[in-house]
Write a protein of this length. Structure first.
Length: 187
């Protein structure tokens, strides 16, 4: 379990706790994205072992949202995660690798898993195509990602945990949406 003390700097009396879960196939870059969110850097992670939790503060309209980011830590290999994982989540990112068509297919499985958990309508669900830097190896077009997200009524963004492209923008967008939709629950 990792906890980023630096990320907690600036916590005020108006800090809201936001639980965000990361879903998707093994190897799509969930841990790398979580590390980018928290540390602002890319760390070449060999394997996620037991590092299931990260914490980071994002500010929205003068209100601090402390994101508690739950990474599956390899549990996705068993094609399920416990209900505890989803319980109380304000946001869920379903991540795939744009250079891996199978991971995109699996993203649809994870979206169904989320539906089965009967998460509230106020949960912000975002489809994320990671590894957008791998332009020559791309197997999933931006349009395919966009279409899937539109069909399901989800937000969509492509990111690169490696280059950092759109990573901060993604977290900030999620923070705004959570702030809009779950203010009453959090306060
Ligand atoms: P997880 O199993 O979903 O948590 O995936 P990891 O974060 O462990 O990443 C799996 C592999 O993909 C690692 O070798 C990472 O270095 C690599 N990786 C993660 N994100 C990116 C990215 O945005 N671009 C590229 N090129 N590689 C990435």
């Amino acid at each position: 379990m990792s906890h980023n003390a630096a990320g907690d700097a600036g916590i005020s009396a108006r800090t809201l706790r936001v639980k965000m879960v990361l879903l998707g196939s093994c190897g799509v870059g969930k841990s790398s994205l979580a590390t980018r969110f928290v540390k602002g850097e890319f760390v070449n992670i060999q394997q996620t072992v037991g590092c299931a939790y990260h914490s980071h503060v994002v500010s929205v309209n003068g209100v601090s949202l402390r994101f508690e980011i739950w990474d599956t830590a390899g549990q996705e290999k068993y094609h399920s995660v416990t209900p505890l994982y989803y319980r109380g989540a304000h946001a869920a990112l379903v991540v795939y690798d744009v250079s891996n068509k199978e991971s995109f297919r699996r993203a649809q499985f994870w979206l169904k898993e989320l539906e089965k958990q009967y998460i509230p309508d106020s949960t912000v669900v975002w489809l994320v195509g990671n590894k957008a830097d791998l332009t020559h190896d791309r197997q999933v077009s931006s349009q395919e990602g966009q279409n899937l997200a539109e069909d399901r009524g989800l937000g969509f963004m492509e990111t690169s945990a490696l280059s950092g492209d759109h990573v901060t923008q993604l977290l900030q967008t999620i923070a705004y949406r959570v702030h809009e939709l779950t203010w009453d629950q959090c306060s």
